[in-house]
Design a protein around this ligand. Structure first.
Ligand code: NAD
Ligand code: MG
Length: 403
């Protein structure tokens, strides 16, 4: 954004709202923003309940407003900020969160809340013509075409932050409003394979939460780490790619690439393949999405190819990791089935993290929920929210019968 003042051009700083500030993407975003204080200032932050982390963020970055969804956490945050003499205004609850998504004080919103809780604030940002940096994938998976349609209608620019989708964005030809998929033969999503890439089906029966959280290449929040271990993350990303780039599920192929250096590729009808490479560091896609079509420093060390021992590729194994197949099937079925897939998975992952179900039961719960949920066209928000609610109820029942 630039504004004319008198005869000389004065460049104003972009005002950024960061939803999910206390998480892993939140921390990476704050790191990139802090490298460019002349270019970005923090307008708003939001998180669920980690008020101590939020207090540190507010004191360091001085946003105008901070929303804590948890009310007790909001009170504690307000008290800490008062003691520290920090003028950030504290608000609480889900309505304040949604209002922050559309708050005209920011021209850029980073959606980095985990799970379905991001749906309403992300939709609010998409409906208000902002630059929307989308890290959260669950809202997009749930929402059918609603989120992208809302962005189109308002003129919002949706910039993918998920590393694969950011790589695809970078590998497609740019237009004035985004990218074009003309001439694309296949989108090739790469997957690291997660911590259990070489673990046998037999051994997968007894893997622990701690093992599932130990991703070989990326440091991420617990939910996406478990999703990476089951390959549900890649399944959600297949649906995410369909929505972002207006593709059919058959246009997408998944290949396991354990080094996580190629973040995804586009194969064109003439046989050309364009890929984006880089270190597995989320600051790269965050910086690209913030500054596009310009480039800014992300604090990421250059990738030295003489250090790379090789690039390896293999087919994903949907027998050991059925979640990937389930996601392809849910997207092919269409309507509310991706929302059902997502909701059942969120219930299953919560139960796994709480130590209530075994690793292999995660996909079983999702599969059974998909089999018994009713499908409807995902044509409006109430239908999607109802499909999410019903799928959670079914998944909880399935959970109870597994014991
Ligand atoms: P995280 O668990 O580290 O952080 C989650 C954030 O969401 C926290 O700030 C938390 O307070 C907030 N939150 C959780 N529940 C909430 C609720 N009910 N209401 C409001 N806020 C809530 O997660 P993360 O790893 O940063 O991932 C965030 C999103 O980005 C996910 O959707 C994930 O799939 C996506 N993503 C993450 C990475 C990564 O490297 N971490 C990469 C690609 C995509
Ligand atoms: Mg990803």
């Amino acid at each position: 954004m630039s504004a004319a003042a008198g005869t000389s051009e004065v460049r104003q700083a972009h005002a950024v709202t960061l939803l999910g500030a206390t998480g892993s993407i939140g921390a990476n975003t704050l790191d990139v923003l802090a490298r460019h204080p002349e270019r970005y200032r923090l307008h708003g932050v939001a998180a669920h309940s980690r008020h101590e982390v939020m207090a540190r963020i507010c004191i360091a970055h001085r946003p105008e407003v901070a929303v804590m969804v948890d009310e007790a956490a909001a009170d504690r945050l307000a008290a800490s900020l008062r003691d520290a003499g920090c003028a950030t205004r504290v608000e609480q609850g889900v309505e304040a969160l949604e209002a922050l998504g559309r708050d005209p004080g920011a021209d850029t919103v980073v959606s980095a809340i985990v799970g379905a809780a991001a749906l309403l604030p992300t939709l609010a940002a998409a409906s208000s013509g902002k630059r929307l940096l989308l890290a959260n994938k669950e809202a997009l998976v749930m929402s059918g075409d609603l989120l992208i349609a809302a962005a189109r209608a308002s003129g919002a620019l949706v910039m993918p932050v998920d590393s694969e989708h950011n790589a695809i964005f970078q590998s497609l030809p740019a237009t004035s409003t985004g990218v074009s998929t003309e001439g694309v033969e296949k989108i090739i999503l790469t997957a690291s394979g997660g911590p259990f890439r070489t673990t046998s089906l037999e051994a997968l029966r007894v893997v622990t939460v701690q093992q599932a959280l130990a991703h070989p290449n990326w440091s991420m929040g617990p939910k996406i780490s478990v999703d990476s271990a089951t390959l549900m993350n890649k399944g959600l990303e297949v649906i995410e790619a369909c929505r972002l780039f207006d593709l059919h599920v058959d246009d997408i192929e998944v290949v396991v690439h354990p080094q996580s250096l190629i973040h995804s590729m586009v194969r064109y009808v003439d046989g050309s393949v364009i890929a984006q490479l880089g270190r597995p560091d989320m600051r790269t896609p965050i910086a690209q999405a913030l500054a596009w079509p310009e480039r800014i420093d992300a604090g990421v060390a250059p990738l030295d190819f003489t250090d790379v021992s090789g690039l390896h590729f293999e087919k994903p194994d949907t027998e050991r990791f059925p979640a990937l197949r389930l996601a392809f099937e849910a997207q092919a079925a269409g309507g509310t089935m991706p929302a059902v897939l997502n909701a059942a998975n969120e219930v299953a992952v919560d139960a796994f993290l709480a130590g209530d179900v075994a690793f292999l039961q995660l996909s079983r719960i999702v599969e059974r929920t998909l089999a018994s949920a009713k499908s409807a066209p995902a044509s409006d928000l109430p239908t999607i929210i109802e499909a999410d609610r019903e799928a959670r109820a079914i998944a909880r029942r399935e959970l109870a019968t597994l014991e």
